[in-house]
Design a protein around this ligand. Structure first.
Ligand SMILES: NC(=O)c1ccc[n+]([C@@H]2O[C@H](COP(=O)([O-])OP(=O)(O)OC[C@H]3O[C@@H](n4cnc5c(N)ncnc54)[C@H](O)[C@@H]3O)[C@@H](O)[C@H]2O)c1
Length: 262
Protein backbone atom coordinates (compact mmCIF):
# COMPACT_ATOMS: atom_id res chain seq x y z
CA UNK A 1 0.00 0.00 0.00
CA UNK A 2 1.41 3.43 -0.86
CA UNK A 3 2.24 5.82 1.96
CA UNK A 4 -0.82 7.73 3.07
CA UNK A 5 -1.07 11.42 2.18
CA UNK A 6 -2.90 13.50 4.85
CA UNK A 7 -3.44 16.53 2.63
CA UNK A 8 -7.05 16.70 1.46
CA UNK A 9 -8.18 13.73 3.59
CA UNK A 10 -11.33 13.99 5.70
CA UNK A 11 -11.02 13.06 9.39
CA UNK A 12 -13.91 12.24 11.73
CA UNK A 13 -12.68 12.51 15.33
CA UNK A 14 -14.68 11.73 18.47
CA UNK A 15 -14.14 13.63 21.72
CA UNK A 16 -12.09 16.42 20.16
CA UNK A 17 -13.37 19.46 22.06
CA UNK A 18 -10.19 19.21 24.15
CA UNK A 19 -7.25 16.99 25.03
CA UNK A 20 -5.71 14.50 22.63
CA UNK A 21 -8.64 14.62 20.24
CA UNK A 22 -8.22 18.34 19.79
CA UNK A 23 -4.48 17.86 19.33
CA UNK A 24 -5.14 15.31 16.59
CA UNK A 25 -7.66 17.65 14.94
CA UNK A 26 -5.12 20.48 14.94
CA UNK A 27 -2.49 18.11 13.54
CA UNK A 28 -4.76 17.01 10.69
CA UNK A 29 -5.78 20.60 9.87
CA UNK A 30 -2.20 21.84 9.92
CA UNK A 31 -1.34 19.11 7.38
CA UNK A 32 -4.17 20.43 5.18
CA UNK A 33 -6.67 17.75 6.06
CA UNK A 34 -10.33 18.46 6.83
CA UNK A 35 -11.87 17.63 10.20
CA UNK A 36 -15.38 16.94 11.45
CA UNK A 37 -15.43 16.32 15.19
CA UNK A 38 -18.06 15.38 17.73
CA UNK A 39 -18.19 15.80 21.48
CA UNK A 40 -20.74 15.68 24.32
CA UNK A 41 -19.50 19.03 25.58
CA UNK A 42 -21.44 21.50 23.46
CA UNK A 43 -19.99 24.74 24.88
CA UNK A 44 -16.37 23.64 24.62
CA UNK A 45 -17.01 22.01 21.25
CA UNK A 46 -18.35 25.27 19.85
CA UNK A 47 -15.48 27.36 21.19
CA UNK A 48 -12.95 24.82 19.86
CA UNK A 49 -14.71 24.90 16.48
CA UNK A 50 -14.49 28.71 16.42
CA UNK A 51 -10.78 28.64 17.29
CA UNK A 52 -9.93 25.96 14.74
CA UNK A 53 -12.01 27.69 12.05
CA UNK A 54 -10.24 30.98 12.66
CA UNK A 55 -6.80 29.44 12.21
CA UNK A 56 -7.51 26.84 9.54
CA UNK A 57 -10.59 28.21 7.73
CA UNK A 58 -14.27 27.52 8.45
CA UNK A 59 -14.56 25.50 5.24
CA UNK A 60 -12.16 22.88 6.65
CA UNK A 61 -13.72 22.07 10.01
CA UNK A 62 -17.12 21.05 11.38
CA UNK A 63 -18.55 20.10 14.77
CA UNK A 64 -21.69 18.43 16.09
CA UNK A 65 -22.82 17.55 19.59
CA UNK A 66 -22.94 13.79 20.03
CA UNK A 67 -22.54 11.17 22.71
CA UNK A 68 -20.71 8.18 21.21
CA UNK A 69 -22.93 5.82 23.19
CA UNK A 70 -26.00 7.09 21.31
CA UNK A 71 -25.85 4.99 18.15
CA UNK A 72 -28.61 6.82 16.29
CA UNK A 73 -27.13 10.25 16.98
CA UNK A 74 -23.66 8.95 16.11
CA UNK A 75 -24.95 7.76 12.71
CA UNK A 76 -26.65 11.13 12.12
CA UNK A 77 -23.51 13.12 12.85
CA UNK A 78 -21.36 10.84 10.70
CA UNK A 79 -23.81 11.41 7.84
CA UNK A 80 -23.56 15.14 8.56
CA UNK A 81 -19.80 14.89 8.01
CA UNK A 82 -20.30 12.94 4.77
CA UNK A 83 -22.85 15.50 3.54
CA UNK A 84 -20.47 18.31 4.43
CA UNK A 85 -17.22 16.93 3.00
CA UNK A 86 -18.39 14.24 0.55
CA UNK A 87 -16.88 11.28 2.42
CA UNK A 88 -14.74 10.32 5.43
CA UNK A 89 -11.22 8.87 4.94
CA UNK A 90 -10.03 8.53 8.54
CA UNK A 91 -12.15 7.60 11.55
CA UNK A 92 -10.56 8.30 14.94
CA UNK A 93 -12.42 6.81 17.89
CA UNK A 94 -10.75 8.89 20.58
CA UNK A 95 -13.46 9.78 23.14
CA UNK A 96 -12.83 8.04 26.43
CA UNK A 97 -13.09 8.55 30.18
CA UNK A 98 -11.87 7.22 33.49
CA UNK A 99 -14.59 6.12 35.90
CA UNK A 100 -13.99 3.05 38.01
CA UNK A 101 -17.04 3.88 40.13
CA UNK A 102 -19.34 3.87 37.06
CA UNK A 103 -18.37 0.71 35.16
CA UNK A 104 -21.46 0.67 32.92
CA UNK A 105 -20.85 4.23 31.76
CA UNK A 106 -17.13 3.55 31.41
CA UNK A 107 -17.68 0.45 29.28
CA UNK A 108 -20.33 2.21 27.19
CA UNK A 109 -18.08 5.15 26.34
CA UNK A 110 -14.68 3.42 26.10
CA UNK A 111 -15.73 0.16 24.46
CA UNK A 112 -19.18 0.46 22.88
CA UNK A 113 -18.38 4.01 21.68
CA UNK A 114 -15.44 2.94 19.47
CA UNK A 115 -17.32 -0.19 18.35
CA UNK A 116 -20.23 2.05 17.28
CA UNK A 117 -17.80 4.34 15.49
CA UNK A 118 -15.97 1.47 13.81
CA UNK A 119 -19.17 -0.12 12.53
CA UNK A 120 -20.51 3.20 11.25
CA UNK A 121 -17.24 4.09 9.51
CA UNK A 122 -16.85 0.59 8.10
CA UNK A 123 -20.33 0.80 6.57
CA UNK A 124 -19.21 3.97 4.80
CA UNK A 125 -15.71 2.82 3.81
CA UNK A 126 -16.25 -0.75 2.59
CA UNK A 127 -15.23 -0.94 -1.05
CA UNK A 128 -17.36 -4.05 -1.56
CA UNK A 129 -20.37 -1.89 -0.64
CA UNK A 130 -19.45 1.02 -2.87
CA UNK A 131 -17.20 2.89 -0.43
CA UNK A 132 -13.72 4.29 -1.05
CA UNK A 133 -11.87 2.42 1.72
CA UNK A 134 -10.35 4.24 4.66
CA UNK A 135 -8.51 4.01 7.94
CA UNK A 136 -9.94 3.51 11.40
CA UNK A 137 -7.85 4.29 14.47
CA UNK A 138 -9.10 3.35 17.91
CA UNK A 139 -7.60 4.97 20.98
CA UNK A 140 -6.30 2.49 23.49
CA UNK A 141 -3.75 3.19 26.22
CA UNK A 142 -0.75 1.76 27.93
CA UNK A 143 -3.52 0.27 30.05
CA UNK A 144 -4.41 -1.63 26.88
CA UNK A 145 -1.24 -3.68 27.42
CA UNK A 146 -0.47 -3.35 31.06
CA UNK A 147 -2.55 -4.22 34.09
CA UNK A 148 -3.00 -1.33 36.52
CA UNK A 149 -4.05 -2.28 40.04
CA UNK A 150 -6.33 0.68 40.65
CA UNK A 151 -7.81 0.94 37.14
CA UNK A 152 -9.17 -2.56 36.48
CA UNK A 153 -12.31 -1.54 34.59
CA UNK A 154 -10.43 1.07 32.54
CA UNK A 155 -7.81 -1.56 31.67
CA UNK A 156 -10.60 -3.94 30.62
CA UNK A 157 -11.99 -1.35 28.20
CA UNK A 158 -8.60 -0.42 26.75
CA UNK A 159 -7.43 -4.03 26.38
CA UNK A 160 -10.87 -4.83 24.96
CA UNK A 161 -10.72 -2.16 22.27
CA UNK A 162 -7.21 -3.17 21.29
CA UNK A 163 -8.32 -6.78 20.92
CA UNK A 164 -11.41 -5.70 18.96
CA UNK A 165 -9.26 -3.62 16.61
CA UNK A 166 -6.70 -6.39 16.10
CA UNK A 167 -9.43 -8.97 15.50
CA UNK A 168 -11.08 -6.86 12.83
CA UNK A 169 -7.75 -6.33 11.11
CA UNK A 170 -7.58 -10.10 10.57
CA UNK A 171 -10.58 -9.94 8.22
CA UNK A 172 -9.25 -6.94 6.37
CA UNK A 173 -9.68 -8.68 3.02
CA UNK A 174 -13.40 -8.84 3.59
CA UNK A 175 -14.03 -5.41 5.04
CA UNK A 176 -11.47 -3.49 3.00
CA UNK A 177 -10.71 -0.83 5.51
CA UNK A 178 -7.66 -0.63 7.77
CA UNK A 179 -7.63 -0.78 11.54
CA UNK A 180 -5.06 0.50 13.97
CA UNK A 181 -4.79 1.14 17.67
CA UNK A 182 -2.98 4.06 19.25
CA UNK A 183 -1.71 3.34 22.72
CA UNK A 184 0.07 5.98 24.69
CA UNK A 185 1.50 6.42 28.07
CA UNK A 186 0.03 9.01 30.39
CA UNK A 187 -0.16 12.20 28.38
CA UNK A 188 -0.73 15.75 29.59
CA UNK A 189 -4.18 15.50 31.08
CA UNK A 190 -6.79 18.18 30.76
CA UNK A 191 -10.15 16.98 31.97
CA UNK A 192 -9.90 13.48 33.35
CA UNK A 193 -10.43 12.88 37.02
CA UNK A 194 -10.14 9.57 38.78
CA UNK A 195 -12.97 7.83 40.56
CA UNK A 196 -11.43 8.99 43.82
CA UNK A 197 -11.48 12.62 42.74
CA UNK A 198 -7.70 12.73 42.43
CA UNK A 199 -6.31 14.08 39.18
CA UNK A 200 -5.41 11.32 36.74
CA UNK A 201 -1.77 12.31 36.83
CA UNK A 202 -1.59 11.67 40.58
CA UNK A 203 -3.40 8.38 40.27
CA UNK A 204 -1.29 7.16 37.39
CA UNK A 205 1.89 8.13 39.19
CA UNK A 206 1.02 5.42 41.69
CA UNK A 207 0.24 2.93 38.95
CA UNK A 208 2.87 3.34 36.28
CA UNK A 209 6.40 4.58 36.54
CA UNK A 210 6.57 5.86 32.98
CA UNK A 211 7.46 9.44 32.14
CA UNK A 212 4.56 11.07 30.26
CA UNK A 213 5.05 11.99 26.63
CA UNK A 214 4.08 15.46 25.50
CA UNK A 215 0.92 16.04 23.50
CA UNK A 216 3.18 16.82 20.53
CA UNK A 217 4.83 13.41 20.84
CA UNK A 218 1.47 11.65 20.84
CA UNK A 219 0.20 13.67 17.86
CA UNK A 220 3.45 13.04 16.00
CA UNK A 221 3.15 9.32 16.77
CA UNK A 222 -0.44 9.31 15.53
CA UNK A 223 0.59 10.63 12.11
CA UNK A 224 3.49 8.16 11.94
CA UNK A 225 0.98 5.38 12.55
CA UNK A 226 -1.54 6.79 10.09
CA UNK A 227 0.98 7.14 7.31
CA UNK A 228 2.66 3.74 7.73
CA UNK A 229 3.03 2.01 4.41
CA UNK A 230 1.70 -1.22 5.82
CA UNK A 231 -0.68 -0.33 8.60
CA UNK A 232 -3.54 -2.79 8.87
CA UNK A 233 -3.54 -4.24 12.37
CA UNK A 234 -0.60 -2.08 13.45
CA UNK A 235 -0.50 -0.43 16.81
CA UNK A 236 1.69 2.31 18.07
CA UNK A 237 2.90 2.96 21.58
CA UNK A 238 4.14 6.39 22.60
CA UNK A 239 6.09 7.13 25.73
CA UNK A 240 8.44 9.96 26.57
CA UNK A 241 11.45 7.91 25.51
CA UNK A 242 10.36 6.17 22.36
CA UNK A 243 7.65 5.49 19.82
CA UNK A 244 7.20 1.85 18.84
CA UNK A 245 5.07 0.01 16.32
CA UNK A 246 3.84 -3.55 16.22
CA UNK A 247 3.33 -6.13 18.90
CA UNK A 248 5.64 -5.22 21.75
CA UNK A 249 5.67 -6.32 25.34
CA UNK A 250 5.30 -3.20 27.36
CA UNK A 251 7.59 -2.73 30.30
CA UNK A 252 7.02 0.31 32.52
CA UNK A 253 10.68 1.24 32.66
CA UNK A 254 10.90 1.32 28.89
CA UNK A 255 13.88 -1.06 28.95
CA UNK A 256 12.26 -3.71 26.86
CA UNK A 257 11.00 -1.58 24.00
CA UNK A 258 12.41 -2.76 20.73
CA UNK A 259 13.27 0.43 18.83
CA UNK A 260 11.28 -0.44 15.73
CA UNK A 261 10.81 3.13 14.51
CA UNK A 262 11.58 6.64 15.59
N1 LIG B 1 -4.58 11.58 28.74
C1 LIG B 1 -3.92 10.46 28.95
O1 LIG B 1 -2.97 10.41 29.72
C2 LIG B 1 -4.33 9.21 28.21
C3 LIG B 1 -3.48 8.10 28.27
C4 LIG B 1 -3.86 6.95 27.58
C5 LIG B 1 -5.03 6.93 26.84
N2 LIG B 1 -5.84 8.03 26.83
C6 LIG B 1 -7.06 7.95 26.04
O2 LIG B 1 -7.04 9.00 25.08
C7 LIG B 1 -8.37 9.44 24.82
C8 LIG B 1 -8.47 10.94 25.03
O3 LIG B 1 -8.07 11.24 26.34
P1 LIG B 1 -7.84 12.74 26.84
O4 LIG B 1 -6.83 12.69 27.89
O5 LIG B 1 -7.64 13.64 25.68
O6 LIG B 1 -9.25 13.06 27.50
P2 LIG B 1 -9.98 14.48 27.73
O7 LIG B 1 -10.89 14.28 28.89
O8 LIG B 1 -9.00 15.58 27.77
O9 LIG B 1 -10.86 14.63 26.41
C9 LIG B 1 -11.86 13.67 26.12
C10 LIG B 1 -12.94 14.35 25.31
O10 LIG B 1 -13.94 13.35 25.05
C11 LIG B 1 -15.22 13.93 25.31
N3 LIG B 1 -16.17 12.88 25.68
C12 LIG B 1 -16.25 12.22 26.87
N4 LIG B 1 -17.27 11.35 26.82
C13 LIG B 1 -17.82 11.44 25.59
C14 LIG B 1 -18.90 10.79 24.95
N5 LIG B 1 -19.65 9.88 25.59
N6 LIG B 1 -19.19 11.11 23.67
C15 LIG B 1 -18.47 12.06 23.00
N7 LIG B 1 -17.44 12.72 23.58
C16 LIG B 1 -17.12 12.41 24.84
C17 LIG B 1 -14.98 14.93 26.42
O11 LIG B 1 -16.02 15.91 26.49
C18 LIG B 1 -13.63 15.52 26.02
O12 LIG B 1 -13.77 16.61 25.16
C19 LIG B 1 -9.27 8.63 25.75
O13 LIG B 1 -9.78 7.51 25.05
C20 LIG B 1 -8.32 8.19 26.85
O14 LIG B 1 -8.77 7.01 27.48
C21 LIG B 1 -5.50 9.17 27.49
Amino acid sequence: MPAFEVKGKVFFITGAAEGLGRGLAEGALSKQGKVFFIDVNEGLGKSTLAELAEVHGPENVGFAVCDVTNRQRFEETFQEAVDRFGHVDVMVNNAGILGENRPQVLISINLLGPINGTEIAQGHMRKDKGGKGGRIINMSSVAGFYNVFNLPAYCATKQGIRSYTKSLSLVQDKVISDFQALCQSKAPVTGLESATGKPLADLMAHSLSTVPPTLEQVVDGFFKLLTLERMNGAHLMVTKEITTFGEVDFHPTGDSYPPLAK
